[in-house]
Design a protein around this ligand. Structure first.
Ligand code: TYM
Length: 339
């Protein structure tokens, strides 16, 4: 059975970008394929401590899992939810893959370049982040990894490391994840999803942007979120068109409208194409986002913590079993185990 796998770090609240770029596509894929695929959803808590050690990590972690449930994730026997640090094989494989990845390729990772390049004081975890991510994926032979477009480079690295190890030992130790173009197709989109900053649509929407109007958080008051959409930066073309390059603000609104309502982007584009009144589109998207947040927040409130802990307990038994098996195969190949 093929595996679909994803993880979202738990640095406090999520943005609508995290949610629509990765979590919602994962939930939709999971519900569609949960009879034929393994669905692995994990909390990369080790990746989380790269940026800060947060006293609320435990609380936020439970909340993150509730996000999936509130977004409609159906739980079947094939759905496995676990915490990365509760499956020590992730760290073990991370080390082994460190001995396969080159410093050069890690230095080329955009995320490292943005956060760490040239700063000697930056922690080594930021540099090594993509290798741990590769371990997260390869331990479970995951074929599809729904993530936002900003993580595609890490998926390519994962593919390369898998192929390199397989070639080195001339055996199929790992399943390389599908190419990013095929990942996007599997998610039902043409390209990776990148939700833009509302005030500066050239950039992606990000938790770390200080300006409140540039991002929508899942905990935002729904009316306030609608106002943020109404004041989103667009352009002066007076022509609604999906063109991320030349009209990123308007295109972002079309993208949000499609994802929030689960309508194919193409249908949203056909409805609005050629219209000139940006205000009308904004009103529609603002109302969609408001309705969505109201219902989402209500569902979130009603999920008991206990439901989450039960899922974790079960998921971690499964994950340790699968991951330890794969780790042993790798250890044997690297001559770390005799039998
Ligand atoms: P994190 O927590 O930084 O991001 C979580 C997910 O949100 C997506 N994302 C976006 N998508 C669209 N538009 C945006 N503006 C936007 N901002 C963030 C990210 O692409 C990501 O999918 N490295 C992963 C966590 C991870 C992981 C893994 C994922 C660790 N190991 C193994 C999959 C498989 C990350 O970026 O988390």
């Amino acid at each position: 059975m093929e595996t679909i796998l994803t993880g979202i770090r738990v640095n406090g609240e999520l943005t609508l970008g995290n949610f629509l770029g990765a979590l919602v596509p994962m939930v939709r894929l999971a519900n569609k394929h949960n009879k034929t695929h393994n669905i692995n959803i994990f909390i990369p808590d080790l990746h989380t401590i790269i940026s800060n050690v947060d006293g609320d990590l435990q609380k936020n972690l439970v909340k993150s899992i509730k996000y999936y449930l509130a977004a409609g994730l159906e739980i079947t026997d094939n759905v496995h939810i676990y915490r990365q640090s509760y499956v020590p094989a992730h760290s073990e494989l991370n080390w082994i893959l460190n001995c396969v990845a080159s410093v050069g390729e890690l230095k080329r990772m955009t995320q490292y370049k943005e956060k760490g390049e040239g700063k000697d004081s930056v922690n080594a975890g930021i540099f090594d982040y993509p290798v741990l991510m590769a371990a997260d994926i390869l331990l479970y032979d995951a074929t599809y990894v729904p993530v936002g477009e900003d993580q595609f480079q890490h998926l390519e690295l994962t593919r390369n490391l898998a192929i390199r190890v397989n070639n080195r030992f001339d055996q199929k130790i790992f399943t390389p994840p599908a190419k990013t173009s095929d990942q996007a197709k599997f998610m039902g989109v043409n390209d990776g999803i990148r939700i833009r900053d509302l005030t500066n649509p050239e950039k992606k929407m990000s938790k770390s942007t200080p300006s409140e109007n540039s991002k929508i958080m899942l905990s935002d008051d729904p009316k306030r979120a609608a106002k943020k959409i109404m004041s989103a930066t667009t352009d002066s073309e007076a022509n609604i068109k999906f063109d991320m390059f030349n009209q990123p603000g308007i295109s972002n609104l079309l993208q949000i409208e499609s994802l929030v309502n689960d309508i194919p982007l193409q249908d949203v584009i056909s409805t609005w194409s050629g219209e000139s009144r940006y205000g009308d589109l904004k009103k529609k998207v603002a109302s969609s986002v408001q309705t969505f947040l109201e219902s989402f927040q209500e569902k979130l409130e009603n999920i008991p913590d206990d439901d989450v802990y039960k899922l974790l307990e079960k998921g971690e038994i499964y994950a340790n079993k699968v991951a330890n098996q794969k780790l042993l195969t790798v250890q044997r190949a690297f001559n770390l185990r005799q039998y």
